[in-house]
Design a protein around this ligand. Structure first.
Ligand code: OOG
Ligand code: NI
Length: 461
């Protein structure tokens, strides 16, 4: 087999995200309704704002918009997490960020598998928020042991998926037919199972300990629990959802509405109650797991920007008698600058630098050494916002909780379990902020190199 017949990981990821979307549309009809609504609203927003269309085009977000979504799964064992990492690697997805949800009373910790390079993100930014259950947080250690034993018995990957993953690792790639087979096989792992692997009694015991534990332990695989398209106006979406028969969660998670969106805003609709059959039972029971979510992505923040965001969000979440949460959030966030120049000048947000048409046409070679502010002031360079590609722990906790019922909030002691997570995963997770820093720095280096080249081009032939 020649190298040229190999399919790129970006292409495999795109095939996979499409297969997941088709499967979820069939399994959860409301997801299809949501996709239609998102497409309508995105088209309206783009038609009404040529400025936004241009800005999205410049930040490589326009073309990927209708492809763009994230999913989420919850795994039961360290071995499942380690193998999942290898499977995602075939699709060019690497673990980015560490999210400790136990501080919010949810017994999991998580990472996001996603593409990391500029070109891969532009091709298709499909991400999967991947959580690992923490049975060590269970008070009832006998129940935890039982859960571990049940999990030990299952194998969530098909033999062919593993064989193709090994082939990828050995030879460095898959051809088109193998890529299709890989996608089909891996899809099996993410599929819904209406047959539980345990009796109703065991399910109930695990459910009583925490609903999430029953969801992870009682089924043959880590069914995808939501798939989230990207909208350009989440407030319009939130308002339109009930009209299409979709019961939205009460508040949008994340920062308030702004002229220049930052980070990530998310809302979801309530999980479905689905019929399941328990081991040895004649009649059907029910399980509530799968839901829908929508998100609006904004500009990535620097460490300084993120600290300010976290502090403001914490302040907004302190109870204020007689004030609606949304109003309080908006009020508190008036302190966060909402124009791109200030966000850049104060080092609060990340930008990708590119030459302007002017910069391309009559580049001044001596400009290559000017500092970035001078390059911008001369109109040779433009600064395009970098889209936030990751997740927010406080928001994620809110999304989990809205689908577990509010009674599910337990208090686990805050504790750094990151080292254990990375050991289970088999590698360190990327630092998401370092990835944005690198993207910004590389774009600046590229701009300088291009300006420098103008010097050679200007020399007489
Ligand atoms: C994951 C919830 C987190 C998000 O978008 O923040 C998440 C889960 O419920 O498994 O997907
Ligand atoms: Ni999500």
């Amino acid at each position: 087999m020649t190298r040229s017949s190999l399919v790129s990981p970006d292409d495999i990821r795109t095939r996979f995200s499409r297969a997941m979307s088709d499967m979820y549309r069939q399994e959860v009809p409301q997801y299809g309704t949501l996709l239609d609504l998102v497409a309508d609203i995105n088209a309206d927003v783009l038609a009404g704002s040529p400025e936004l269309r241009d800005s999205l085009a410049r930040s490589a977000s326009l073309e990927r918009l209708n492809l763009e979504r994230h999913g989420a799964i919850r795994l039961g064992t360290a071995a499942e997490l380690a193998t999942m990492r290898r499977v995602f690697a075939v699709m060019g997805m690497e673990p980015v960020g560490y999210y400790d949800l136990s501080v919010a009373g949810i017994p999991v910790h998580s990472t996001a598998f996603r593409p990391v390079g500029d070109a891969a993100l532009a091709a298709n930014p499909f991400r999967v928020f991947t959580s690992l259950l923490r049975l060590d947080l269970l008070e009832d250690q006998a129940l935890a042991a039982q859960a571990r034993e049940i999990l030990q018995r299952r194998n969530i990957f098909t033999a062919r998926a593993l064989a193709l993953t090994e082939q990828f690792e050995r030879g460095g790639g898959l051809d088109s037919a193998q890529a299709d087979e890989f996608v089909e096989q891996v899809r099996e792992t993410f599929r819904w199972h209406s047959e539980a692997t345990v009796t109703a009694e065991t399910y109930q015991a695990l459910h009583d300990a925490h609903r999430l534990i029953a969801d992870v332990v009682c089924f043959a695989g880590p069914h995808i629990n939501h798939l989230t398209p990207r909208t350009l106006d989440i407030d319009a979406l939130q308002a339109a959802m009930p009209g299409r028969g979709i019961p939205a969660k009460e508040v949008v998670e994340g920062p308030p509405r702004r002229k220049h969106p930052i980070l990530l805003r998310q809302t979801s609709f309530k999980a479905l109650e689905e019929p399941v059959r328990f081991l040895g039972a004649d009649t059907a029971g029910t399980h509530t797991a799968r839901f829908g979510e929508v998100e609006q992505r904004g500009i990535a923040l620097t460490r300084k920007g993120r600290q300010r965001y976290d502090a403001l969000l914490a302040r907004a979440r302190e109870q204020a008698p007689g004030q609606r949460y949304e109003d309080r959030l908006t009020e508190v966030f008036t302190e966060f600058p909402d124009d791109l120049d200030t966000l850049r000048a104060e080092g609060l947000a990340f930008f990708r630098y590119a030459l302007t048409d002017d910069g391309l046409r009559h580049a001044d070679p001596s400009a290559a050494d000017l500092d970035i502010d001078a390059l911008l002031a001369r109109g040779l360079v433009q600064a395009n916002p970098i889209t936030y590609e990751d997740f927010l722990p406080v928001s994620a906790a809110g999304i989990f909780r809205s689908n577990l019922g509010s009674a599910e909030q337990r208090n686990y002691s805050a504790n750094e379990a990151r080292a254990a997570f990375e050991r289970d995963l088999g590698c360190a997770v990327h630092d998401e902020i370092a990835l944005y820093e690198a993207a910004q720095a590389e774009s600046l280096a590229r701009v300088r190199a291009l300006l420098g080249q103008a010097e050679d081009a200007a020399l007489p032939a």
